[in-house]
Design a protein around this ligand. Structure first.
Ligand code: PLP
Length: 384
């Protein structure tokens, strides 16, 4: 069986985890801070906050930016449901902006158009736009930041796919064009901590808020207490927070995986260029890369003519090649339909969904395994 993606764990990763298991602190120990520091160094952000997963990271991102009942949040429909669920957790309304058919990222033109139309018709304007770096290719952040400035909304990057990606030769996560950037360390993503996620930001107030929200809304910091310090045991819960803490066991794995990140990206890039080369000329659409960005290649998505997609997909699956479809447009989910979204809410997202297939791509995919994928795909396209 060849999955579409999987983790790569070596002896160093295992040893790192065992070291923590044999230490005094399994959670809230020193490794979390080391991991956060190393991650910030890598992505060139001022702050990093490690949490239980990217879903809780997105929830905290919304909360720390003040998203609540009165707010409207816009995101891309071609993403995992967590990208928009996070706004619903906060009681906000959600809306979707159609995608760019080349990159599968939020379309900047559609975003601009929707902002103009929404303002003209005096409908609720978004206070936050969550952009998703689909497949690992960063969105056009410069243009998005310009719109954010003009129309006064915050920007969160859902970079769950984009650990190790670059935009304008700088690492995704540096938050140059956003308020907060969120990453996932689920085993299928670029580096893993089992379950895990991290937020990066350059803004000290957001960082402080995130720290408190990550741990029940509790503070022990003497300078922040609102009542008088009763003794060494004393703490105050000042806001409603959560337990979204990562363990040191996970952080140790993350730290070790981070050392291997550049190697992982190289491997993924190599697999992508082999696909690019060997699949060129077939009646399918290959992923488009923009000059401004360097993808982390979390996914390699091809587009197959609508009438043939299911047959090609099933044919690959029958051969043990676990291709997948990323993603069902979020507005098609029954939960979102019950909120009033129509079945065909975004034209380009719909068209994409009818053609997309994610081919296997992960560092441990061997050349011969990839060759099997390529040959089966060629066979199925010729026979269909
Ligand atoms: C995986 C993923 C998430 C959720 O990540 P978890 O760490 O599993 O919570 C959110 N958004 C996108 C785009 C993802 O791919």
């Amino acid at each position: 069986m060849i999955p579409y993606g999987r983790q790569s764990i070596n002896q160093e990763d295992i040893d790192a985890v065992i070291n923590v298991l044999q230490s005094d602190l399994l959670t809230q120990g020193p490794v979390i801070t080391q991991f956060e520091k190393a991650f910030s160094d890598y992505v060139q952000s001022r702050f990093s906050i490690a949490v239980t997963n990217a879903t809780s990271a997105l929830h905290l991102a919304c909360l720390s930016l003040g998203v609540g009942k009165a707010d409207m949040v816009w995101t891309s429909p071609i993403s995992f449901v967590a990208s928009s669920n996070c706004a619903l957790y906060c009681g906000a309304d959600v809306d979707f902006v159609d995608i760019d058919p080349d990159t599968f990222n939020i379309s900047v033109n559609e975003l601009r158009k929707k902002l103009v139309e929404t303002k003209e018709s005096q409908q609720p304007m978004p206070s936050l736009v969550i952009v998703v770096h689909m497949t690992g290719q960063p969105c056009d952040m410069r243009a998005i930041a310009e719109l954010a400035n003009e129309y006064d909304f915050k920007v969160v990057e859902d970079a769950s796919h984009a650990v190790g990606a670059q935009y304008e030769n700088a690492p995704t996560g540096n938050c140059q064009y956003s308020d907060i950037c969120v990453f996932s360390f689920h085993p299928v993503k670029i580096i893993t901590t089992g379950e895990g996620g991290i937020l990066t930001t350059n803004q000290p107030e957001i960082f402080e808020t995130l720290l408190t929200l990550r741990s029940h809304g509790i503070t022990r910091e003497p300078s922040k207490l609102v009542k008088s310090d009763a003794g060494a045991w004393y703490y105050e819960q000042q806001v409603l927070g959560y337990n979204y803490r990562m363990t040191d066991i996970q952080a140790a794995l993350g730290l070790s995986q981070l050392n291997r990140l550049d190697e992982f990206i190289q491997e993924r890039k190599k697999i992508a260029s082999t696909y690019n080369e060997k699949l060129a000329g077939l009646p399918i659409t290959l992923p488009v890369q923009h000059d401004s960005s360097k993808s982390s290649w979390h996914l390699y998505v091809i587009k197959v003519e609508k009438a043939k997609r299911l047959k090609v997909f099933n044919g690959l699956r029958e051969k043990g090649i676990q291709v997948n479809v990323h993603y069902i447009p979020i507005y098609k989910q029954p939960y979102y339909q019950s909120m009033g979204f129509s079945e065909n809410y975004c034209e380009q997202a719909d068209a994409y969904y009818e053609q997309a297939i994610s081919l296997p791509i992960y560092p441990a995919l061997t050349q011969s395994e990839q060759q099997v994928v390529i040959e089966e795909l060629i066979r199925l396209l010729a026979g269909s």
